[in-house]
Design a protein around this ligand. Structure first.
Ligand code: NCD
Length: 311
C-alpha cells in the first residue's frame, strides 16, 4: 500500500473507504501485540514530534503511547508558552525545526488550516491533531474504528450526532467520515445556534450523506444505534453571549436512555465531557466512550506505522 508512505493527514476526506478499512485492519492487527511489547521493533530509531499548541489529554497521550509502543521516541511540547513561540517565533519556523529534528510531525493548533500550512512547509509527513474548529481526522478514524469494533460494520446503522456541530471539529470530522460509508440515516441533533456551518452542509450534501436535522434527542433516540455526543466548544465562540444561550441545552441521562433508547444503543463521546453526559451512564451498557478513548492507541499506532513504512 504505497499510498500510505510519507503521507500527510489533514482532513478525513483525504481518505477513501478502502483506505479507512485498510487502516482498521492494521489497527486490529496491532491491538493484540502493542501491549505485549512485540511491536517495539517496528519504529525503532524513529522520532515523532508532538507539537501541541492547544490543550490536549487523549490525543497527545495516545499518540505518545502509540509511538512508544512501536519503539519510536517522541519530542515536543504541550504548551506553546514553554517554547520560543513565547519569544515571537512564528509557526513556519517552528515547523521547519521539527522537520529537521524528527521523522513525522503531529500538530494541534487553534488556527484553521494550520496543519495544511505545516504540511506544505515540512518535508516530513504531518498529521493534523486538530486545527481550530475545522478538522480532527484521527479522532474520526478512531471513532469509526470503535463503531466497527462494536457492530462489525459502519454501514447500515442509524447515527445521532448531538451537540456542538458548529464549532466542534470532532463532530465535523465524524460526519465527514460517515460520508465514506453507507449509514442508514444520520440525525444532526442540536439547538439552531449549534447547527453545522454552511461549508460543512455543502460537503455533506455533495458527498450524498443521508441526514436529517432535529432539535429533539428524545424524538429520534428510539431509532439510534450510535449516539455521538459532543461538548459545547465554549472557547471557540466568537460571542460568549451565544454560548450563554445554548449552555446546558442538552444532557444525556441514564433515565432518558432507559426510557427511549434501544438496549443495544452505544454512546460515544470524543471527550472531554463537561456536563452533557450524566455520570450514571458510565456504568451502563450504553457507555462506549472509554473503550473509544482506549482504541485511540491502536488506531494511531497503525497510522504511524503505515505512514512511516513499517506496516
Ligand atoms: C476533542 C477536540 O480536541 O477537538 N477532543 C479530543 O481530541 N478527544 C473534542 C473536544 O475538545 O471537545
Amino acid at each position: 500500500m504505497a499510498r500510505w508512505l510519507g503521507r500527510d493527514v489533514v482532513s478525513i476526506l483525504d481518505f477513501t473507504r478502502d483506505e479507512l478499512l485498510d487502516l482498521f485492519e492494521a489497527a486490529s492487527g496491532l491491538e493484540g501485540v502493542l501491549e505485549s511489547g512485540r511491536a517495539r521493533r517496528l519504529l525503532e530509531g524513529k522520532i515523532v514530534s508532538l507539537a501541541f499548541f492547544e490543550p490536549s489529554t487523549r490525543t497527545r497521550l495516545s499518540f505518545e503511547a502509540a509511538a512508544k509502543r512501536l519503539g519510536a521516541e517522541t519530542i515536543g511540547f504541550t504548551a506553546a508558552e514553554a517554547t520560543s513561540i513565547a519569544k515571537g517565533e512564528n509557526l513556519a519556523d517552528t515547523v521547519r525545526m521539527l522537520d529537521g529534528y524528527s521523522d513525522l510531525i503531529v500538530i494541534r493548533h487553534r488556527y484553521e488550516g494550520a496543519a495544511l500550512y505545516a504540511a506544505e512547509i515540512a518535508e516530513k509527513p504531518v498529521i493534523n491533531a486538530g486545527d481550530g474548529r475545522q478538522h480532527h481526522p484521527t479522532q474520526a478514524m478512531l471513532d469509526l474504528y470503535t463503531v466497527n469494533r462494536l457492530y462489525g460494520t459502519v454501514d447500515g446503522l442509524v447515527y445521532g450526532v448531538l451537540g456542538d456541530l458548529r464549532y466542534g471539529r470532532a463532530a465535523t470530522s465524524f460526519l465527514l467520515a460517515l460520508t465514506r460509508f453507507k449509514p442508514k440515516m444520520v440525525y444532526l441533533i442540536s439547538p439552531p445556534l449549534l447547527r453545522p456551518r454552511e461549508e460543512v452542509y455543502m460537503a455533506l450534501r455533495q458527498q450524498g450523506l443521508p441526514f436529517q436535522e432535529t432539535e429533539s434527542l428524545e424524538e429520534v433516540l428510539p431509532e439510534l444505534d450510535v449516539l455521538y455526543v459532543t461538548r459545547i466548544q465554549r472557547e471557540r465562540f466568537p460571542d460568549l453571549r451565544d454560548y450563554e444561550k445554548v449552555r446546558g441545552s442538552y444532557r444525556v441521562t441514564l433515565d432518558l436512555l432507559q426510557r427511549h433508547a434501544k438496549p443495544e444503543l452505544k454512546v460515544l463521546h470524543p471527550l472531554p465531557r463537561v456536563d452533557e453526559i450524566d455520570y450514571r451512564v458510565d456504568g451502563s451498557p450504553y457507555q462506549a466512550y472509554f473503550l473509544q478513548a482506549r482504541l485511540g492507541v491502536p488506531v494511531r499506532a497503525a497510522l504511524l506505522a503505515k505512514i512511516l513504512g513499517a506496516w
